[in-house]
Design a protein around this ligand. Sequence first.
Ligand SMILES: Cc1cc2nc3c(=O)[nH]c(=O)nc-3n(C[C@H](O)[C@H](O)[C@H](O)COP(=O)(O)OP(=O)(O)OC[C@H]3O[C@@H](n4cnc5c(N)ncnc54)[C@H](O)[C@@H]3O)c2cc1C
Length: 321
Amino acid sequence: MNSHFIVIGAGLSGLNIARKINDLKLGSVEVLEKSRGVGGRMATRRTLDTKFDHGAQFYRLKEDITKLHQSWKQNGISHQWFVSNLGDHWCASSGMTSLAKSLAENLQINLLKEIRTIRYENKMWKIISRDNEEWLCNNLIISSPTPQTVNLLNELSTESVIDSNLFSELKKISYTKALIALITLEEDFILNDSGYCEFEAGQFFSISDQKRKGVSNIPAFTVTMSAEFSESEFENSEELILHKILEIFKSDYPKAKIKNAELKKWRYCRPQTQINKLFLEIAPGLFLIGDAFGGSSLLGAVRSSEALGNYLTERHESKLD
Ligand SMILES: Cc1cc2nc3c(=O)[nH]c(=O)nc-3n(C[C@H](O)[C@H](O)[C@H](O)COP(=O)(O)OP(=O)(O)OC[C@H]3O[C@@H](n4cnc5c(N)ncnc54)[C@H](O)[C@@H]3O)c2cc1C
């Protein structure tokens, strides 16, 4: 029987593995994504005024991402933003989501499919969505942040379908939260030379100038609060959170004139610890990938999905021998 793969999650790791399965002809592949668009935490949002990257701001050019980088660069989707002592930083002028969209081209992606239940029946994985739609496959790849993956796997763990030691490891991974203000300004404001500022202390994690990146055509900043601020304020009302962020921003940057502001919340921003493997096969034909395995960044998401791609290729070739 031909391998049929289902990938849960159309973030960078999910899209990259689906692309590899498709391009290397390892089997047929379908992606199920709960949101209305692809990209996951590589996210771009349109507000009333303009566009913002409100998840990942850039990728660092390192070996793991070279192949993807070459195709993004050749297609004119990504451009160099700045170089610092941490390396070469690249972004996309149509927003980081455009990088995901380019990977998603010609793949079978089903949006607005929130998966709620996974079962193992007659040696097949049965996947059931919130709207009770069902899919069957012999290889299932889950790429959601690990706390969401744990929820999906809970039922299987009580039936002893999955490896209990690995499941315990998985349950230990927690994520930082992120509160973000998307701010448009009345006029240009120079943050620094690059237009990106990361803070070692204080209540901001980073400020990113969307106009300097080429994402916004009007002055606009993505202000990401520190993990500590985000954790302590996360459950407050959105109005109060935004008010607090704007007060801090005004006090630190009194000359920047705020026009409009919106709040964005990420319950799962970055994994606080890592699993010591690039991917997990938690039951035969059930694989877990993502930044909790490869490292807490876009590079980590690529690293994890590339490692699974290599493993599946070897498995495929050994079956052909
Ligand atoms: C605010 C912020 C700033 C960041 N800045 C940077 C940066 O500048 N550079 C960098 O390299 N990294 C950055 N990161 C980290 C980077 O974005 C992530 O490491 C990377 O995008 C993770 O990719 P992923 O594919 O592992 O997971 P995700 O991108 O989270 O993809 C998982 C997908 O699964 C979907 N999903 C979840 N549950 C279900 C379900 N039940 N059914 C169907 N679909 C489901 C989600 O909707 C999502 O699309 C940042 C992250 C955040 C939040």
